[in-house]
Design a protein around this ligand. Structure first.
Ligand SMILES: *Cc1c(COP(=O)(O)O)cnc(C)c1O
Length: 392
């Protein structure tokens, strides 16, 4: 979670004073344009479109890529419900795939769940962990599938030298209060495709027809919804973007220090990571669920068992599992040739992993010695008097 402070306050003040709050309508470039250009540059991607939320970014990205009724989209068993709900919002249906010990989609299970109706893979970089993108892109190429990355929980994080969200065909980011860039609520869609970008702009702005900015594209106009961000969001985003890489460096540093200490533990082992050299997420694994629970109860601050943040476990996505839509005739589950069936135990391996795993916060806003002290306490080894007094 990124901090918000005086700089954001001043940036918002300038927007309020300018009187130009809306995305379109003012003269010249506004803060949103500046953010989109800066984000594209920093992330090494051709197009960025700021939108009102991460969920909106996913919906917009899926619509831009042309996904819809009859399509199956593979989503992981461990993610925020928005991932699956976004698939349904464009009329496609989510097919739920097991995670592995990296806490992201298991490539072997992706292959098992592909059917003739599968059109896309939607990997989620959970809790700043990165997916095995090399394997996922290989599977996508082999089976002719699109890849829509949900990088909402890993904004700015790198996978083998590239930013998450910029590797697949389309990427979605969230900037809500709990994410690496925090403006309360917000999001962005990114793509290297001119066509997907034109379609995303149309979809996110029902009035795109009247803006003139789409004149250079050949894509015929279709109607959309309104997922536009405001210039107030744009002003905050410009400030937050500058803080992102320094924050990730702080996380990286603490990750190095803490994993060195934690790797000597007897009671648990470090969870695997798909790109250990760039890791900014940390989890530890136990033999049994009971041990993981006890560890989380003992350490509490900055430690929790993944299964207990149960909103992110597929078994708790009742409206999705029970296939309920706002209107019975607008229910994508009734539009598929082959019914998609869900059962509580369909991803038993994910449940087992989540029950035996604790996530450990890297405390990027706390001093390194304090985090080292906490890690030492988790190992249960000797804690020197000097370090004790520091923490006190
Ligand atoms: C936060 C989040 C979203 C949705 O973002 P909002 O900005 O809250 O709409 C989607 N997917 C994942 C994995 C998330 O963590």
């Amino acid at each position: 979670m990124a901090k918000v402070g005086l700089r954001e306050w001043l940036a918002v003040g300038r927007v309020l004073a300018s009187g130009r709050l809306a995305r379109y309508g003012g003269p010249g470039e506004g803060p949103l344009n500046r953010f989109e250009a800066g984000f594209s540059k920093q992330f090494g991607i051709k197009h960025t479109l700021a939108v009102s939320s991460g969920t909106g970014a996913l919906i917009c990205g899926l619509a831009a890529a042309g996904l819809g009724p009859g399509d199956e989209v593979l989503v992981p068993a461990y993610t925020w419900i928005a991932t699956a709900a976004a698939v349904l919002a464009v009329g496609a249906v989510p097919v739920i795939v097991d995670i592995d010990e990296t806490l992201t989609m298991d490539p072997a299970d992706i292959v098992r769940r592909i059917t003739p109706r599968t059109r896309a893979i939607l990997p989620v970089h959970m809790a700043n962990m990165v997916c095995d993108m090399e394997a996922i892109m290989r599977i996508a190429r082999t089976h002719g599938l699109l890849v829509i990355e949900d990088a909402c929980q890993a904004v700015g994080v790198s996978y083998r030298g590239r930013r998450t969200g910029t590797i697949g065909d389309v990427g979605a980011f969230s900037f809500n209060q709990f994410k690496n860039i925090n403006i309360g609520e917000g999001g962005a869609v990114v793509t290297d495709s001119d066509r997907f970008f034109a379609r995303a702009r149309m979809y996110h702005d029902v009035g795109a027809l009247f803006r003139g900015h789409l004149d250079n594209y050949n894509e015929p106009h279709f109607f959309g919804v309104n997922l536009k961000a405001s210039q107030i969001q744009g002003a905050m985003l410009n400030v937050q973007l500058k803080k992102l890489d320094p924050m990730l460096r702080r996380m990286r540093r603490r990750h190095g220090v803490m994993t060195r200490i934690l790797s000597s533990a007897q009671a648990f082992r470090l969870g695997p990571h798909n790109d250990p050299d760039n890791a900014v997420g940390l989890h530890v694994m136990f033999e049994t669920a009971k041990e993981a629970s006890a560890f989380a109860a003992q350490h509490r601050r900055g430690v929790y068992r993944l299964y207990d943040s149960s909103r992110h476990v597929y078994t708790n996505w009742a409206p999705v599992l029970e296939q309920r839509a706002a209107h019975p005739a607008m229910n994508p589950f009734t539009w598929t040739k082959n019914p998609v069936e869900y059962a509580p135990d369909m991803c038993a391996r994910s449940i087992d992993i989540l029950q035996r795993t604790c996530r450990i916060s890297l405390g990027e806003n706390y001093p390194v010695p304090l985090m080292a002290y906490l890690a030492r306490r988790m190992v249960g080894g000797e804690v020197s008097q000097r370090r004790l007094s520091y923490a006190a």
